[in-house]
Design a binder for this molecule. Structure first.
Ligand SMILES: [Fe+2]
Ligand SMILES: [Fe+2]
Length: 177
C-alpha cells in the first residue's frame, strides 16, 4: 500500500451504520442505484426475449441441419436465461425489484423476438447473430457507463458480454460467413 493511500475507517464505520437497510449499497457506491436498476431491468427484458427467441427457434427448426443448429440454440437459450437471472439477482441486491412483467418485456428489450419459417435455418441464425451483435454493442456501452462506480455490476456485465461474444462467434461458424 502506498504511503498516500489512507482509508478513514472511523468515518466509514460511522457512515455505514446510518443506513444499514441499504445492504451492500454504501456511501461509496458511485452511481444512482435507481438508474443502475433501470438499466439492469432492460437487460433482464433483453435476456428473457433472447431466451424466448432461441427456445422457439430450437424447437421450430427443421431440415437437414436441424440437429446441429437446434443444439446450439438450446445451449444459447440456457445461457440467456442464466444472464437474465444473474441481472435480476443484482437488481435485488441493489434494493430494486426485477421486472418480469410479460406485458412490458418486448418494449424494454434491446432485441426482437422473430419467427422465421421453420425450414429457414439461415434466417434463424442471422436473426440470432443480429441480436447477439446488438447486445454486444449495448452491453459494452453499459460497461463503459458503469465505469468504476459499481465494479460488481460492471464485472457481471463483462462476464455476460464475454458469453455473448462467444454466441456470436458460434453463429458465424454455423453460418459459414
Ligand atoms: Fe445473454
Ligand atoms: Fe447471447
Amino acid at each position: 500500500m502506498s504511503d498516500d493511500f489512507v482509508i478513514d475507517v472511523t468515518r466509514i464505520r460511522d457512515q455505514v451504520r446510518q443506513k444499514m437497510d441499504e445492504g451492500p449499497v454504501t456511501g461509496t457506491y458511485g452511481h444512482d442505484p435507481k438508474r443502475v436498476i433501470g438499466v439492469l431491468n432492460d437487460v433482464v427484458a433483453t435476456e428473457v426475449v433472447c431466451w424466448l427467441r432461441y427456445t422457439r427457434h430450437a424447437i421450430a427448426a427443421s431440415g437437414i441441419d436441424r440437429a446441429q443448429v437446434s443444439a446450439e440454440f438450446t445451449e444459447h437459450a440456457k445461457e440467456e436465461l442464466d444472464h437474465g437471472l444473474r441481472a435480476a439477482e443484482r437488481i435485488s441486491q441493489l434494493g430494486g425489484d426485477p421486472d418480469f412483467d410479460p406485458a412490458k418485456l418486448a418494449q424494454r428489450s434491446h432485441t426482437d423476438y422473430t419467427t422465421p419459417p421453420d425450414d429457414d435455418l439461415k434466417q434463424m441464425l442471422r436473426d440470432n447473430l443480429e441480436a447477439e451483435r446488438i447486445v454486444i454493442a449495448t452491453y459494452q456501452e453499459i460497461i463503459r457507463w458503469l465505469g468504476d462506480g459499481d465494479p460488481t455490476t460492471r464485472r457481471l456485465m463483462e462476464s455476460i458480454l464475454e458469453e455473448e461474444e462467444d454466441h456470436a462467434d458460434d453463429l458465424v461458424d454455423l453460418l459459414g460467413i
